[in-house]
Each structure stands twice: as C-alpha cells, then as structure tokens.
Design a protein around this ligand. Structure first.
Ligand code: NAG
Ligand code: NAG
Ligand code: NAG
Ligand code: NAG
Ligand code: NAG
Length: 261
C-alpha cells in the first residue's frame, strides 16, 4: 500500500496540506464599523455603542450572525442580510472584556470580533474607622475598582507610609489593597490614606486607626473561684428557704388535716 511506504514526516506533511484545504472558497470579508480586523473598543460605563457588521465582496444575499461571547444574539429578520447592527446598551463596568463577534452564516470561519475595554476612574471603599487594642493585629482593607488598574499607595498622616518589615505587610490583588499591622503600638494611631492613581483620576480614601489601651488581663482562676462561691451561696440560701417554706406548708396543711379527720 502507498500509505505504508510513507515516512511519518511525509504523513505529517500530507495532514498539514489536507487541514489547510479550504472547505469552501469564499472571498467575502466582514467589517465592523468600517474596520476589517478584530479590534478593542474603548468605552465608558453608561454609554451606548452601536456595532455594524457588513459583508463585502459577496455575490448573493449573505446572512450574518452576532454573538455576545458564546451566545447568539437574536436579530430581527430585517437586520440579518448583508449588514447587521447590534446596540450594546448602557454599558457597565462588568462588560469590560466582553467580546462581540459577527459571523457569516454560510461560512462561520469568516468572523470578526470586537472586545470592549470599559474604562473608568478608581473607586475606593472599605471599613474606614478601626479601633484596635494595643499589641493586637489589624488589617486595613481598601477595596478598589478601576480600569486601567490603578497604582496603589498607603500614606500615614499625609506622608508616605514608612514600612517596617517586621510589622507591616502589604497585599495587593486586582480588587483590593491591604495593609496589615502586627502588634499595633500607640504610635500607629492616625490617618491612613489609601491612594489610587490612574491616568483618569487620583482617588483617596482615609482610614482612621485608633489604638486603645491594652485591657488588663483578668485572672480566669479568680473568676471561676468567685463564680463557685456565688453558686454555692445561692444553693445554701435556697436550701435554707426551702426548709422554711416546707415548714410553712406543713403548718398550713395541719388545720385542714384537723377538719378532715
Ligand atoms: C474579492 O474577491 C476576489 C476574488 O473572488 C479576491 O481576489 C479579492 O481579494 C477579494 N477582495 C477582498 C477585499 O477580499
Ligand atoms: C478575529 O479573531 C478570530 C479568532 O481569534 C479569527 O478566527 C478571525 O479570523 C479574526 N478575524 C479577523 C478579521 O481578523
Ligand atoms: C445583498 O448583497 C447582494 C450582493 O451585493 C445583493 O445582490 C442583494 O440584493 C443584497 N441583499 C439585500 C437584502 O440587500
Ligand atoms: C483599555 O484602555 C486603557 C486606557 O486607554 C488602557 O490603558 C488599557 O491597556 C486598555 N486595556 C486593554 C485590555 O486593552
Ligand atoms: C498621626 O496623627 C495622629 C492624630 O492626629 C497622632 O496621634 C499620631 O501620633 C500621628 N502619628 C505620626 C506618626 O505622626
């Protein structure tokens, strides 16, 4: 057999040739808003964007399909042939990175995508008043939403926070910027400012840290002893009263007994 005589390399070449044979020759091209290539659309929250997909270099009617990520978008029949528009209404921060793809129904390998880049200035939030006992550990968590990602910094009493390696730790994720202080001291008290700098805006949020006196440790053994004493006193008291109460009952019952007899 001819197949048997082929070396693995030849087989491989053959497969490559086969896989590159076009299933159907189309020379149609798509454009979205006049662009013939995939692109990123920079936009803002609250904005409406209209995307118009058009087929070019075609012969007959060409039906178009629109997808939001992997989901087909329902299109009116009038909005399908040769050209089709979708309106992305009231864009939100969550639409960042979402793709819209237009495909040719007759050959779905012909496609063009637009990815949304929803940009917005930093917004910060968090628990901005913290009280910590001296010697305890405290975390100041500054939550941040921003696109593009903001450069984050901590300030203390209006100057850059000097980090002490042994006591300060900063952790940053896409959505939070956290300052952890171990064994807080009185001198740690003050205003900590979480500062987010993006090309769009510089945003600041102040966190107040109050360091309270270390509460004097209460000796637990003494508390237990005191509790036992109180408990026993109560028991004895009740017991004594019970005897008296029983005596009263017996006395009360006695006259009845007299009449009954
Ligand atoms: C239009 O189709 C012809 C042949 O069918 C092809 O040579 C040409 O490159 C196509 N034009 C575009 C813009 O793709
Ligand atoms: C857009 O990207 C997709 C997948 O990455 C690709 O299949 C398609 O051919 C691209 N379209 C254009 C017009 O570049
Ligand atoms: C779509 O385009 C083709 C080729 O240009 C044309 O013959 C056809 O009438 C168009 N169809 C519609 C509904 O516009
Ligand atoms: C989105 O746009 C911003 C502002 O132009 C840019 O800095 C950022 O890199 C863009 N992000 C992506 C994923 O394209
Ligand atoms: C920061 O300010 C607070 C109150 O205004 C003060 O108690 C604290 O000592 C100050 N800390 C530094 C390091 O200046």
């Amino acid at each position: 057999m001819a197949w048997k005589n082929r070396s693995p390399l030849q087989m491989c070449r053959l497969l490559v040739v086969i896989s590159f044979l076009p299933s159907k020759t189309t020379s149609s091209v798509l454009t979205v808003n006049g662009k013939a290539e995939n692109y990123t659309l920079e936009t803002q929250p609250g904005v409406y964007e209209s995307l118009e997909c058009t087929v070019h270099n075609h012969t007959g009617d060409e039906e178009l399909l629109w997808y939001r990520e992997k989901d087909r978008i329902d299109l009116k029949p009038i909005n399908k042939i040769n050209s089709s528009s979708v309106c992305v209404s009231s864009i939100s921060e969550d639409d960042n990175g979402v793709s819209f793809t237009c495909k040719l129904q007759s050959d779905q390998t012909v496609s063009i995508s637009v990815v949304l880049n929803v940009t917005y200035p930093p917004s910060l939030s968090g628990d901005n008043f913290r009280t910590a006992e001296e010697d305890s550990d405290v975390d100041l968590v500054c939550s941040v939403k921003s696109n593009p990602q903001a450069q984050m910094m901590w300030y203390k009493n209006n100057s850059a926070l000097v980090l002490e390696k042994s006591r300060h730790r900063i952790q940053q994720t896409r959505e939070s910027f956290q300052l952890s202080i171990t064994k807080v001291k009185k001198s740690d008290q003050g205003t900590y400012s979480c500062i987010a700098s993006s090309p769009l805006k510089i945003e600041t949020m102040d966190f107040q840290l109050v360091v309270s006196d270390k509460s004097t440790p209460v000796p637990t053994e003494a508390i237990i002893a005191a509790c036992v004493v109180v408990f026993l006193t109560l028991c004895f008291g009740l017991f004594a009263r019970r005897e008296r109460m029983m005596k009263l009952c017996i006395k009360k019952k006695d006259p009845d007994r007299d009449t009954a007899l």
